[in-house]
Design a protein around this ligand. Structure first.
Ligand SMILES: NC(=O)c1ccc[n+]([C@@H]2O[C@H](COP(=O)([O-])OP(=O)(O)OC[C@H]3O[C@@H](n4cnc5c(N)ncnc54)[C@H](O)[C@@H]3O)[C@@H](O)[C@H]2O)c1
Length: 265
């Protein structure tokens, strides 16, 4: 599923609950080398401080670099420093929860909207542009989305950003086909992470999933299924897949209305 001994960059590590961490674990299991990125040096320190139970050798084993995706120079430097890569996952999003998520959709916090769009959608293009410099024989870029065709309560402007992210995936897939680069998204069902915790009503979303997902959906355990799909899209078995959104959501995205009692697991 992953090319052994090749290097894969997994961007968006915050803690061991991050989807990025699960993706890195899967890549390692298949024999790939993983370089994680965190947003900045302070977060790198926090990441290692929080994991006090880890032995020093576990900490030394993890290759963690920092990169703020809104700072073009840092993205450029990251890829200049690391050498050839086979795949990159962009597992990054942010929108100010006070102004962009919550009970009211309308906002006049335009700077927050711009920042949310820059981090959550436009940065995929920045990452792809510089990742390409280390993918001379082609490669794969994957990002993480959430069902953007529907309007969910509280998700507000992040929903808008996810729609923009998926449009960016298609535009990049068109632009970089000639470079043998594939760009795809995994649209995940709700999983428990720090970013998810910042969304008001996230628990409601989880309950909704139980009513609409034909397959049972576990917010804790199914993170690994999302990671498996991201690894598949980064690896060699998806060589002719590009510009797609792969739903790893228990099937919830194809259901009209709620499942009836006799249809539930
Ligand atoms: N958790 C879910 O239910 C869920 C569902 C679907 C999609 N997703 C998406 O998965 C991705 C990863 O989120 P997660 O749930 O693992 O949460 P997370 O909080 O662990 O990860 C989000 C990451 O984005 C990083 N980030 C924010 N601003 C950044 C910047 N300027 N530069 C670099 N990094 C920055 C954070 O530091 C963090 O590491 C996000 O795109 C999220 O929208 C999550």
């Amino acid at each position: 599923m992953i090319e052994k001994d090749k290097t894969y960059v997994v961007m968006g590590l915050l803690d061991c609950d991050s989807i990025a961490y699960a993706i890195g674990q899967v890549v390692e299991q298949w024999g790939g080398n993983v370089i994680y990125t965190v947003q900045n040096e302070r977060m790198k320190r926090i990441f290692f401080d929080r994991n006090k139970k880890w032995a020093q050798e576990d900490k030394d084993r993890l290759n963690v670099k920092y990169c703020d995706v809104t700072v073009e120079e840092e993205v450029k430097q990251l890829f200049e420093d690391i050498g050839p890569v086979a795949g990159v996952t962009h597992s990054i999003a942010y929108a100010n929860p006070k102004t962009c998520l919550g009970p009211e959709f309308h906002t006049d916090a335009y700077d927050d909207l711009k920042m949310g769009f820059h981090i959550s959608a436009a940065s995929l293009a920045t990452v792809t542009k510089y990742a390409q410099t280390q993918m001379s024989e082609g490669g794969s870029v994957v990002t993480l989305s959430f069902e953007s065709r529907l309007a969910f309560a509280y998700y507000n402007w992040m929903g808008v950003n996810k729609a923009a992210l998926e449009a960016t995936v298609r535009a990049l897939a068109r632009r970089h086909g000639k470079d043998l680069l594939r760009i795809n998204a995994v649209s995940s069902g709700p999983v428990t992470t720090k970013a998810a915790g910042a969304i008001h009503g996230f628990d409601e979303l989880g309950k909704t999933w139980n009513k609409v997902s034909p397959l049972p959906w576990d917010q804790e355990k199914d993170k690994i299924e999302v990671a498996n799909a991201a690894a598949f899209l980064m690896g060699p078995y998806s060589k002719k897949i590009s510009g797609q959104v792969l739903y790893v959501d228990g099937g919830a995205s194809i259901i009209g209305g709620e499942l009836l009692p006799h249809e539930r697991a």
